[in-house]
Design a protein around this ligand. Structure first.
Ligand SMILES: [Fe+2]
Ligand SMILES: [Fe+2]
Length: 192
């Protein structure tokens, strides 16, 4: 059972986004059970992770300002990065969700961060490797498979792929994602 304020926010989302969220929840619960994480926290975080994903860039920026969130040059240029922090701030303001693991998983699901809690890792991987995303981009299959074995390896695989793609397109790399990627390489060794 989701908190009432979350249900209300979910119902307002476009169907495609709701379907993605439902698939991410299923995978998050599966991964949480596999890795001994709290499956209820993972499910709630996955349910909430994209609550602000349908907002237009200008609205995300104004919401971020209204909620007192840090908006740097990177966020101004790529406001979509604010959808996790905005959703986490909404949850805090609604008052129905106060589990810091859930709020962290929602807040950081786009870039990840060094020192992620296991619920954060589960939601990060579930968001990126849910079945429809894998069907759309079969290279994500490896992230999905690694996710069953080792969440850190799955996250490193995803970040390496994503960073290479962004570099190939000449786009910005968020420093938090790069920092996480480097931390994982230091801890795990380079990806084979
Ligand atoms: Fe998202
Ligand atoms: Fe998502």
């Amino acid at each position: 059972m989701l908190p009432p304020s979350v249900e209300v926010r979910l119902r307002a989302l476009p169907k495609g986004l709701r379907d993605h969220i439902a698939r991410a929840r299923t995978l998050a619960v599966e991964l949480a059970r596999l890795h001994g994480a709290d499956d209820e926290a993972a499910d709630l975080a996955a349910a909430c992770h994209d609550l602000a994903r349908a907002l237009k860039p200008a609205v995300l920026l104004s919401e971020a300002h209204r909620l007192g969130l840090a908006v740097g040059p990177f966020e101004r240029r790529t406001p979509i990065l604010l959808h996790g922090p905005v959703a986490a701030a909404w949850l805090g303001a609604d008052g129905d969700v106060d589990d810091p693991r859930v709020l962290g998983a929602v807040r950081w699901h786009t870039t990840g961060r060094v020192g992620m809690d296991i619920v954060e890792k589960v939601v990060f991987v579930a968001d990126k490797a849910e079945p429809e995303k894998v069907a759309h981009d079969p290279s994500l299959q490896r992230v999905r498979k690694l996710g069953q074995e080792d969440l850190d390896k799955a996250i490193l695989e995803y970040l390496d792929m994503q960073i290479a793609e962004l570099l190939g397109k000449g786009l910005l790399i968020h420093p938090r994602a790069l920092e996480l990627r480097n931390d994982l390489v230091i801890r795990l060794g380079p990806r084979k």
